[in-house]
Design a protein around this ligand. Structure first.
Ligand code: ASP
Length: 338
């Protein structure tokens, strides 16, 4: 078995989700729940043994809506530890519901150029056509590939490779749910080989001290006829920042403006779009509540980050002790692709 010793080493961290969800033994319904750990997931895919030398870590066992940014900070430290020990790449398996947030948190928190690949499944292991095994194999193939170095954290699902900063879950049940609406996928996997077509700009990382508390940041979608009443409650509810998902390129009803203007004197307020694709405008419209108006009053542009990703970035920046000016600069850095 000499060939085995030359295989790249990949650590698989399992966090639960559909990919790990089965029925309880002897149960007669009631729904699947996360039960399988990384070891069982790896054992179900024999082809993995030809791809990498695998280490498995059952890190959490949760529906992904129960994961937190604190979990991601703890996972980032474990990943850094594995990289220090020489691991070639890391795979994280988890529920797909929050991959668009957790993968971006890992992208911001894990330094170095080694691959971190997040994956999951839309069809659980009890269903015909379960996609977990194929997604896990593809993710390990990416994590083991020299060409995946320097991509930052990526999401490998349905034979596509997506940058964490762009990817979104776009469908409730389709295995093709993950899309990078603004930029497209970075690449794909064919015949077991990752093909990288695009390389994203490097992301400036955020360093957190051990067991740091991550301040809560609210995310608010503006809707037709909104009057700002919810914005007025944000500070009293204990939030340390707000991300507003505004109309189109960054617009709110004029009657929301006074509430946002008051709040931005008290905490960072980031302006994102509720459309789910494209870059925020900066210099087009001049009406009250337009992007020009809101930016001139101190709101910070999310650039191309959607509301969920802007919330992750703002939360981690606040946790790292970044000043209001520092927050603005870091959002500019990300959206200028610098
Ligand atoms: N509810 C699952 C989750 O943990 C859904 C999934 O994995 O697709 O996110």
């Amino acid at each position: 078995m000499t060939a085995q010793t030359s295989l790249p080493s990949v650590t698989v961290f399992s966090l639960g989700g559909t990919i790990a969800s089965t029925n309880a033994p002897g149960s007669d319904g009631g729904g699947v729940t996360p039960r399988l750990g990384a070891r069982e997931l790896v054992a179900a895919v024999p082809q993995l043994q030809e791809t990498a030398e695998l280490e498995t870590v059952a890190f959490r066992q949760a529906a992904s809506g129960d994961l937190t940014l604190e979990d991601m900070a703890a996972l980032a430290k474990e990943i850094a530890h594995r990289f220090d020990q020489g691991t070639t790449g890391v795979v994280v398996t988890q529920g797909t519901d929050t991959i668009e947030e957790t993968s971006f948190a890992l992208d911001l928190l894990v330094s170095g150029d080694r691959p971190v690949v997040v994956t999951g499944a839309m069809r659980n292991p009890t269903l015909a056509g379960a996609d977990g095994p194929a997604n896990l194999l593809a993710a390990v193939q990416v994590a083991a590939a020299a060409g995946a170095r320097g991509l930052g954290t990526v999401v490998a699902v349905n034979d596509e490779i997506h940058a964490a900063r762009f990817v979104r879950k776009t469908h409730t049940s389709s295995p093709a749910t993950f899309r990078s609406v603004t930029a497209g996928p970075l690449g794909w996997i064919v015949e077991g080989r990752p093909r990288i077509a695009l390389r994203p700009a490097p992301l400036t990382k955020i360093s957190l001290s051990d067991a740091v508390a991550i301040p809560s940041v609210a995310l608010l979608t503006i809707s037709l006829g909104d009057d700002g009443r919810l914005v007025d409650q944000v500070e009293a509810l204990g939030y340390a920042g707000l991300v507003v998902e505004a109309f189109g390129g960054g617009h709110v009803p004029a009657q929301v403006v006074p509430s946002l203007e008051r709040l931005v004197q008290r905490m960072p307020v980031v302006l994102a779009s509720r459309t789910g694709g494209g870059q925020m405008l900066q210099e087009t419209y001049g009406f009250p509540g337009s992007e020009r108006d809101l930016l001139s009053r101190g709101l910070v542009s999310a650039g191309f980050l959607d509301g969920l990703k802007a919330r992750v970035l703002l939360s981690l920046l606040l946790a790292s002790g970044e000043s209001a000016e520092g927050v603005r600069k870091r959002f500019e850095q990300v959206s200028e692709l610098q």
